[in-house]
Design a protein around this ligand. Sequence first.
Ligand code: COA
Length: 165
Amino acid sequence: MVTLRSVRLEDLPALGTLDRNIFGDLAYPYFVLRQIFDVHQEEILVADDHGVLLGYSLAVPSTGSPSDLAHYLALGVRAEDRGRGVGRSLAEETLSGLRSRGVRSVRLAVDAANTVAVKLYLSLGFTPAGYEPQYYGEGQPRIVLDLNLLAPRSANHRVSELARE
Ligand SMILES: CC(C)(COP(=O)(O)OP(=O)(O)OC[C@H]1O[C@@H](n2cnc3c(N)ncnc32)[C@H](O)[C@@H]1OP(=O)(O)O)[C@@H](O)C(=O)NCCC(=O)NCCS
């Protein structure tokens, strides 16, 4: 059974391997992962299948303005476990956690060519909000998507079959 839970210190080596598996050149260097862990442990959700990490999700409320905005920084599932509902479950759990903390809107950046991710985010209620040709530097354009967490839930919403620890 796949369990969604907050990351633990002992997960970090496996989380680093998972992150490289998913994001390749754009994976966090290990020291950055450790720093993110130190600051945002409760905001890193992992999908754990009997001790094996299948995916993770990271979304962080902004400390700037507006104060009720969160940034969805990362969502990924390892290649061999995609298409099983893990990504959607991680995203739904993350958004539900943000909503219960009083966050009103969520922003993320995604490669327009990443049709699986874009379709997933649109089905969760995100809408296009902009385009940045050098979002992650030269040759790394991203579209910006926003989600209003106060809007009625999408008709596409599916109850997750995965458990939350
Ligand atoms: C985007 C990503 C997280 C989705 O994870 P996942 O576990 O495969 O997602 P799910 O199994 O929950 O599927 C989500 C939706 O995408 C669809 N989907 C998944 N893989 C697909 C594929 N290869 N082709 C077409 N549709 C696909 C599913 O049918 C599902 O739609 P549905 O719920 O309406 O049926 C995963 O593909 C991934 O890690 N990609 C690399 C990292 C990335 O791009 N992250 C997001 C941008 S930051």
